[in-house]
Design a protein around this ligand. Structure first.
Ligand SMILES: [Mn+2]
Length: 335
């Protein structure tokens, strides 16, 4: 563990008042790191508050300990904090309450694991080779011998599990298993996590997935799959935003597929682009072409163009990437 990061983290235990935020449309790693570090700091006597946006407050991560203690970012308040921490935010525009945290905290610490992170904090603990922000927090605590209470362990375990696709993705290292094993020993309630995330899916979600799979578009000799979600469709099936991640990962698992693309129409007509790749395609580069970012195997962006135009732009990029960058892989891949 990097010495500077380690000491920045241990110095948190000397602070009086800390605010925590994560990214918009929080996923398992976002809620896991937010609540994991909240329990950890609280356990060590810090006055700490975890803040979220109001928009998605009944999501599938409700079972995480402390979820009901999350506070909504206030519209107006003169409250100040010694430190503000942004968790799992690949860039400042993804931070929930970005302006609020920079205005109300004397110092902002950016704790993240996205390769495209531009280091927007006063201190930056950004480790792009680590599976998840939750694993990074475990490493920071472990290297400083800061004890992790059971509730924090449950939250951190959740983020590791979701960001690695249940320890399947190639971001899963020996260190990831070590972190997970240690969190289990520290009391992570793995059965609760597994039940709520994997064995309790709403029927509508699975029916929606079935529909999407029927409609999916196969391109580039089966190497690229498109899942297209219009607003109409989303309303019809009542599927929440946070479930869509799973679908794009599911399509990527099809034999011969290298990149899975999910295009989702948003309220204002722009298109949310989610990208997953299997073994060689660096989708963070593709996302950057749309001013987005992420990881090599999982990235995203928002396209201001409509559905058809966005798909056309993506196809042009795939054409170029497969011909120029990934020509060897293109020729050698067995489909
Ligand atoms: Mn993450």
């Amino acid at each position: 563990m990097n010495q500077t990061w380690s000491s920045v983290f241990s110095s948190l235990l000397k602070e009086k008042k800390i605010a925590l935020v994560t990214h918009i449309h929080p996923d398992g790693d976002a809620y896991g790191s937010l609540l994991g570090i909240w329990h950890l700091l609280k356990h060590h006597g810090i006055d700490v508050t975890a803040f979220v946006d109001d928009s998605n407050h009944q999501g599938k991560y409700f079972f995480l300990p402390g979820y009901d203690k999350l506070k909504i970012i206030p519209q107006e308040s003169s409250e100040t904090f010694d430190v503000g921490i942004t968790l799992d935010c690949g860039d400042e525009n993804r931070v929930t309450g970005k302006e609020w945290i920079f205005n109300h905290a004397k110092r902002v610490i950016n704790i993240d694991h996205h390769i495209s992170n531009p280091l927007f904090g006063h201190n930056n603990i950004v480790a792009d080779s680590i599976s998840s922000t939750c694993e990074l927090i475990w490493q920071l605590a472990d290297s400083n011998q800061i004890s992790i209470p059971p509730k924090a362990a449950t939250c951190l375990f959740t983020g590791i599990m979701t960001d690695t696709g249940n320890f399947l993705y190639e971001n899963t290292s020996s260190g990831t298993y070590r972190a997970a094993a240690d969190l289990v020993e520290k009391g992570a309630e793995t059965e609760t996590v597994k039940f709520h995330l994997y064995h309790n899916k709403p029927l509508g979600n699975i029916q929606f997935l079935g529909f999407l799979i029927q409609q999916m578009q196969v391109q580039f000799d089966g190497r690229v799959i498109y899942l297209i979600i219009t607003r109409e469709l989303l309303n019809q099936y009542g599927v929440s935003y946070e479930d869509l991640d799973e679908f794009v990962a599911f399509a990527r698992d099809i034999q011969g597929v290298e990149v899975s693309v999910l295009l989702k129409e948003m309220k204002n007509g722009s298109i949310k682009v989610s990208l997953r790749s299997k073994s060689y395609f660096d989708v963070s580069k593709l996302a950057q072409e749309f001013n987005g970012g992420g990881h090599q195997r999982a990235a995203g962006a928002v396209s201001p163009e409509g559905m058809e135009k966005t798909k056309e732009q993506l196809n042009n990029l795939f054409e170029i990437y497969f011909q120029e960058k990934y020509n060897d892989e293109w020729n050698s891949q067995h489909t």
